[in-house]
Design a protein around this ligand. Sequence first.
Ligand code: HEC
Ligand code: HEC
Length: 207
Amino acid sequence: MADVRSIVRGPAGAVLNLVCVVLIAVLPSCSGEQPARDPQTDIDPQANATLAGRNKSLPCLACHGAEGISDYDAWPDLAGQKAEYLAKQLRDFRDGRRQDPWMSPMAIVLDDQDIDDLAVYFSRIDGLSGGPDSVPQPATVCVACHAARSGEANPLWPSIAGQNRRYIAKQLGDFRAGRRTDPIMAPLAGGLTDQDIETLAAFYAGT
Ligand code: HEC
Ligand code: HEC
């Protein structure tokens, strides 16, 4: 359909043009042009999510460290973790499928947009990666999904190489005891001894 301004001529058209001149400040579509793109924030949707996530991440930094690297060995690093995995965990905490006295209250206030923004932000910071190459006996079954070095195929299989040792050990204990549930991890952790858990945590932490 032709622009209405090209159809309406004469005084009525002049008025309409005047209205458009007034509206142009608030209604960019009036001019038929796209709103100006801010190169800082409008590069692509992922970049917008990263910026939004950074702004929303302030309450997280007390426990997960500035830039998503936790100072405390029992709490997880988030930097470099896969976005899909982070988002799933945040929804699990928010909806009560995963529980933790520190983390659950933090997640309860997040909406879906917050979760997606935070997940993209933390996933884009340099972090979890590396880890040793030689695999100790109890880890041979694990590396199918958690490669010794990051780069596993499935976005919902977390990177754990380089994660904090006591945090990994606690998660394996939680899966084994049924405090944290997952149809894949629970049976795998069920057969681990305390010694296996220590060996695996040290292996993946690289300590
Ligand atoms: C008061 C401390 C605290 C604050 C603040 C906090 N967290 Fe956590 N978070 C934790 C703890 C502790 C865990 C590990 C819980 C467990 O052992 O299962 C955790 C776990 C997580 C996990 C799961 C990581 C994984 O590898 O599975 C994500 C994701 C997460 N937090 C994101 C956030 C985000 C995003 C914020 C800010 C909105 C935040 N946290 C604020 C303490 C905190
Ligand atoms: C078939 C794939 C698969 C195998 C094999 C596997 N895992 Fe997992 N692992 C997963 C998935 C999926 C999750 C995420 C569960 C969730 O969403 O809560 C997970 C989560 C974890 C976590 C929690 C990470 C975090 O950031 O909280 C640890 C630690 C872990 N696995 C260690 C191991 C170890 C050690 C082994 C070997 C004994 C192993 N996994 C074998 C798929 C696997």
